[in-house]
Design a protein around this ligand. Structure first.
Ligand SMILES: [Zn+2]
Length: 562
């Protein structure tokens, strides 16, 4: 074990990743890393320039921004499938192909929709779309009618691990639930993870839980400081078409809505209540749902547009006859925002950083594993997913329809937007610390001379906004790998400035495009680091799990992983 570790260190030295000799470097005693010579030789061949070639092609204007359900997106999928075929990897999509069809629908709420709050006493209030409320009909029907009592359910959270239940067994079937965004605040790391936002605080969870409880609608009260974004963000991301996976039998809401704070205040007053007091009451474990003397009367009229796209999936079978039924998985979304023909000037959202870089790394990893001459004991899955920009839909579908059962997937490593800025001295692996794999991650990061950079804003809940989260939801330990902000030859302020500039000027803009002076050294380092992590877990005696008490532990147990 110790010997092969030295072999890896020497290789890293050869690759110019490390500066010091192996003997100078302490290694965590809790984790052992060992690689056979074939893996080390393969690892050495990972090349920045091949990643560049993939990025250059995938972000070319000819691919028209790789829009989901658009021609350019489909060409990107075919390109990726072709690369998998050239590598000699086994197709792991539908019917012996690399493609996994993802059926989706686009829903647009039309102006014919009516939405009124009707108090038992007094006159009805007709709310104005986008100004007072936003809403979608998740049942994917062209028309739905709701005429139901409103019940205030505080945060709308049921979290047994924190002894928290806002529903308290109250029957909410057929009702409309009024609730707060976010989760009860605390500094106690054992209570909703302290300052960090958990999944319970996300609006997605609240709608899902309301539907599971049999409610027909859920209305979130928007409050800027609690949501951490202003009403404009809610309005903009809910105007126009919104995409969903095609119905799969799980319960859905006829009304999934947000209301403006002013409307909520009026609603409370009409109910003889005080909104501030309602909010503070919700912070207590003893909170009990409150039936309001107000009904929601809504006629939801939607335009429903079915369409489809593909996840692209390949597999390298493992070498161990028994363990090959299990796998480690790599993911990177290939879709971006497509083309806007009606927009003057440059109207192609090339998505070079986001996420041609992640795809380039995924393809380089696929090629490296395929040509290694020796396979790890478990199988390796490569999944380039679609519709990330539509709300993690491709990865959600993959999580619900994995090529091998979720309980047999040891780990998902995701790549999304890896800036081509040079040689990184840090790595970000937020979420890894929640898994039993973390000691290995720490040990390998030390080997790579990469400092682990902690999540700067855990309260923003970034963990829940990237594709790895779709896999975590079905229990698979999952996290994304990215560079931090400190690069060789620059201080941290430079890295921060690059990141800020990208966010302000290029993020989700047509100017996120390929330039020949991009430096893919860091992308190659992230590929090597991911290769080492993946090889290690694909060969380890046990599957990776979530730490005890983690919010995804129950899903892992349910998936049958042991
Ligand atoms: Zn992305």
């Amino acid at each position: 074990m110790r010997n092969s570790l030295v072999v890896l260190s020497l290789v890293l030295l050869v690759c110019g990743v490390l500066a010091q000799s192996p003997s100078q470097r302490p290694i965590s005693a809790t984790a052992s890393v060992h690689f056979p010579p074939a893996a080390v030789a393969a690892f050495q061949k990972i090349e920045a320039e091949r990643i560049r070639a993939h990025v250059r092609f995938l972000s070319h204007d000819l691919l028209e921004g790789r829009g989901t359900g658009q021609r350019g997106g489909d060409i990107a999928a075919e390109y990726i499938a072709t690369q998998f075929a050239l590598d000699g990897l086994k197709p792991a999509g539908d019917n012996g192909s690399y493609m996994q069809k993802v059926p989706m629908v686009g829903i647009t709420l039309t102006p014919e929709t009516t939405f009124s709050l009707v108090p038992a006493k007094g006159s009805a209030k007709d709310l104005k779309q986008l100004t007072d409320y936003v809403a979608h009909d998740e049942t994917q029907q062209p028309e739905s009618t709701v005429n139901a009592d409103i019940i205030y359910v505080g945060y709308g959270i049921q979290a047994p691990e924190y002894q928290w239940d806002d529903y308290k067994g109250v029957d909410v079937k057929g009702k409309v639930l009024l609730m707060l965004v976010n989760e009860p605040t605390s500094d106690d790391p054992n209570f909703f993870k302290g300052k960090a936002l958990t999944y319970y605080g996300r609006w997605v969870y609240k709608y899902e839980e309301a539907a599971r409880m049999g409610a027909v609608g859920a209305i979130l009260i928007h409050k800027t400081d609690m949501a951490s974004y202003p009403w404009e963000v809610v309005r903009n991301s809910n105007s126009g078409e919104k995409s969903y996976l095609k119905l799969d039998g799980s319960p859905k809401l006829k009304v999934a809505a947000w209301i403006h704070l002013d409307v909520a205040q009026q609603l409370a007053a009409d109910s003889g209540l005080d909104l501030d007091k309602m909010m503070s009451d919700a912070r207590s474990r003893d909170f009990h749902p409150v039936a309001l003397p107000v009904k929601l009367q809504a006629h939801m009229v939607s335009k429903v547009r079915p369409f489809e796209s593909n996840n692209v999936i390949a597999m390298l079978p493992g070498s161990d006859p028994k363990l090959k039924t299990e796998a480690v998985m790599y993911t990177a979304h290939y879709d971006h925002l497509g083309i806007r023909p009606d927009m003057p000037g440059d109207n192609i959202y090339n998505g070079a950083d986001d996420n041609a870089t992640g795809c380039g790394i995924l393809l380089e990893l696929a090629q490296t594993f395929a040509s290694a001459g020796q396979q790890p004991r478990r199988s390796v899955l490569f999944a380039s997913v679609t519709a990330e920009e539509q709300g993690l839909l491709g990865s959600e579908y993959l999580g619900k329809h994995p090529p091998i059962p979720a309980g047999k997937i040891t780990l998902d490593l995701n790549y999304d937007d890896i800036p081509p800025l040079g040689s990184p001295e840090e790595v970000e692996v937020s979420g890894a610390e929640r898994t039993t794999f973390y000691p290995t991650v720490q040990a390998l990061a030390a080997e790579f001379r990469l400092a682990i950079r902690p999540d700067a804003h855990p309260e923003a809940g970034h963990y829940y906004r990237s594709d790895h989260f779709s896999l975590a939801r079905v229990g698979i330990p999952a996290f994304s790998i990215n560079e931090g902000i400190k690069y060789k030859g620059h201080d941290a302020a430079w890295g921060m400035q690059q990141a800020d500039e990208f966010t302000q000027k290029h993020y989700h803009q047509p100017s996120d495009e390929y330039h020949p002076d991009m430096d893919f050294t860091g992308d190659a380092v992230m590929a090597r680091f991911g290769f080492a992590l993946g090889w290690q877990t694909a060969s380890a005696p046990k599957l990776v799990g979530w730490e005890k008490g983690d919010e995804f532990e129950a899903a892992r147990i349910k998936s049958g992983a042991n």
